[in-house]
Design a protein. Sequence first.
Length: 381
Amino acid sequence: MKYVYLVGACGSIGTQALDIIRDNKDEFKVIGMSVGSNLELAYKLIEEFKPEIVCYRKESHIKELSYNPITTYGDNGLLEIAKYHKYDNELFINALVGIAGLLPTVEAIRAKKNIALANKETLVVAGDIINNLIKEYNVSLYPIDSEHSAILQCLTGEKIKEVKRLIITASGGSFRDRTREELSNVTVKEALAHPNWSMGPKITIDSATMMNKGFEVIEAHYLFNIPYDRIATILHRESIVHSMVEFNDSSIKAQIGASDMHTPIAYALKYPHHDKLNYDNLNLIGLKLNFEELSYDRYPCLKYAYDAANKGGCYLAVLNAANEAAVKLFLNNKIKFLEIENIINDEINNDEYSKIEYNLDNILSLSYKIINKILTRYGVD
Ligand code: NAD
Ligand code: MG
């Protein structure tokens, strides 16, 4: 039995993780859960999965139910879930979005939980710190992101020193068929209409700007210990090849499958097993796969991610924070789509941040400082 803690249970990844758990009740028991502002869904999930401890988003969301767990709320509540410890084989699934996911991951590792990580922002802003903690507390971290699940599968049985490069595929996001000129007046509704995947709003915008791919390059660097100049990206509009590994002898391994997050989530939860899943199989007949170059001119955010990664130190926190604030502003109709790029570029070119020492406290305080500074400029909380 794996004893599961799931933060972000009501979101896109959270609900799909619960689908897997629901179908495998003999293997997983939910002990802790954090729920979001969709209260109807939140109460339903609590009554269905009966966790011992629940974290609500706000104190006012707490309600008497037919089943009543220990309740907690807010940012501290997330940490209580991460720290709660009762069983030997504990798995912490982080399906939160944004910098809010960092500290819960850190505390869950300190509580000796294995981690199934969807919250890529954790690795983007604090990859070295997380890798050191994983070693110190002797826990495992399994990626949920489909690209990293693919790479993990391609690397099984292989030696990292024989890897020539990782090739991360990108769908191109909602505006892949538009020129940059056509991006000036795109709406939030258009940006949220992803052609291949149904995901939460932030990552859908990150896919449209290609910041998501930049984040995934950084995530891959920390997960697989491969230098940035050996991590490539490629446009693959079908989202069938989830990523590839090229070896020194030019052999390329790819992992392919339907565009359905249930598969990588299940692999992270059940690693290293490929158990039966009740989701659609990929029909290979008639399938055509295309690969195109991903250009920095078309997608500057991809370049900004490599730039921040090469600057190192706290610049990855700066990249993430500027992006988090800019995406929020766009989703709130405060800025135009292309302004997201300008906000990020301005922040990563600010030399002031080079003086800040890379440690957890500074990463957190700097992130919230930048987010608040940018949001306040536009009158948003
Ligand atoms: P989502 O917006 O659908 O869900 C996120 C959940 O986190 C929500 O339920 C929200 O209530 C909760 N949350 C956010 N901030 C919080 C806070 N401060 N305190 C408590 N709860 C908070 O997002 P998602 O698409 O499920 O993405 C989650 C993470 O997984 C992101 O980091 C994303 O990049 C990553 N990811 C998602 C997908 C996907 O298919 N959705 C694929 C790969 C990676
Ligand atoms: Mg991905």
